[in-house]
Design a protein around this ligand. Structure first.
Ligand code: IPE
Ligand code: IPE
Ligand code: MG
Length: 224
C-alpha cells in the first residue's frame, strides 16, 4: 500500500459536457460543482488530507466575459451557501493563486480561508487564477532578492503550495493529456491519471478505482 495524503485534480470537460447536454457551456460548470461535492466527500472517507482542485488558470482569463462572470458567480454562491457546512465538517479552505477578482469575491475568499484556517480533517487547495510558471518565477525572484542559498528547501518556501506535501496522485478528466500550467514543480514524482470522462460525469467510483490502481503501483523514486 502506498501512502496517500494529497490528490490534485484538473477538473476539465465542463464546457463540452454542458454543450452536449444543455447547449450551454455554463450548464456544464454548474454540473461540475456536483462532482466537486462528491469528490470532497469521498476524499474524507479515504482519509486524504489534501485535495487540490484546479478551478481557474491564469490562462482562463482569455475566455469570454460571460463565461468568466458565470464561473465567479458560481464560486461566490458556493462559498456563501456551503462554507458553514464545510467548516462544520472540519474542512480547511486554502486558495492557491493570486486573488485579483471582484472586491466581493476577494473578501469572500479571505473570509472563507480565515474561518476554516484551524480545521484539520481535509485541506482543500482551490487553485484560482493559478499558473505554475508565474508561481515558479515568483519563487526564483524571491530567492534572488533575499540572496538566499539556492536549494530545494529554500525554494519551496516561496511556492504557493508551501506547507503542502507534493501530490501522490494527479487526475485530469476530459480526455486531454496535458498539464495546462498546473503544479509543474510539485508533480515531479506524482502518478498521473488521464481520464476520458468529462468532469461532470466523473464520480466517486471512478475516483475509488484510481485510488485502488494507485495503491498497486510500485513507486521507485529512482530506486529499484
Ligand atoms: C474546466 O472545464 C473548468 C474550467 C476551466 C473553469 P472547461 O471549461 O475547460 O471545459 P472544456 O474543456 O471546454 O470542455
Ligand atoms: C485547465 O483546463 C484549467 C482548469 C481545469 C481550471 P483548460 O480547459 O483551461 O485547459 P486547456 O486550455 O484546454 O489546456
Ligand atoms: Mg478545458
Amino acid at each position: 500500500m502506498n501512502p496517500l495524503n494529497h490528490v490534485a485534480i484538473i477538473m476539465d470537460g465542463n464546457g463540452r459536457w454542458g454543450l452536449k447536454h444543455q447547449k450551454s457551456r455554463n450548464a456544464g460548470h454548474k454540473a461540475g460543482l456536483k462532482t466537486v461535492e462528491k469528490i470532497i466527500k469521498e476524499s474524507i472517507k479515504k482519509n486524504i488530507k489534501y485535495l487540490t482542485l484546479y478551478a481557474f488558470s491564469t490562462e482562463n482569463w482569455k475566455r469570454p466575459e460571460k463565461e468568466k462572470k458565470f464561473l465567479f458567480n458560481l464560486l461566490e454562491n458556493f462559498l456563501v451557501n456551503r462554507i458553514e457546512d464545510l467548516h462544520k465538517q472540519n474542512i480547511k479552505l486554502n486558495i492557491v493563486g493570486i486573488k485579483n477578482f471582484s472586491k466581493k469575491l476577494n473578501l469572500l475568499l479571505n473570509f472563507s480561508e480565515k474561518k476554516t484556517f484551524k480545521n484539520t480533517k481535509l485541506q482543500i487547495n482551490l487553485a484560482l487564477n493559478y499558473g505554475s510558471k508565474s508561481e515558479l518565477l515568483y519563487a526564483f525572484k524571491k530567492l534572488n532578492k533575499k540572496k538566499e542559498k539556492i536549494n530545494e528547501k529554500n525554494f519551496i518556501k516561496y511556492l504557493q503550495t508551501k506547507d503542502v506535501p507534493d501530490p501522490e496522485i494527479l487526475i485530469r478528466t476530459g480526455n486531454t493529456k496535458r498539464l495546462s500550467n498546473f503544479l509543474l514543480w510539485q508533480i515531479a514524482y506524482t502518478e498521473i491519471f488521464f481520464e476520458k470522462k468529462l468532469w461532470p460525469d466523473f464520480n466517486e467510483n471512478d475516483y475509488k478505482r484510481i485510488i485502488k490502481d494507485f495503491m498497486n503501483i510500485k513507486r521507485n523514486f529512482g530506486n529499484i
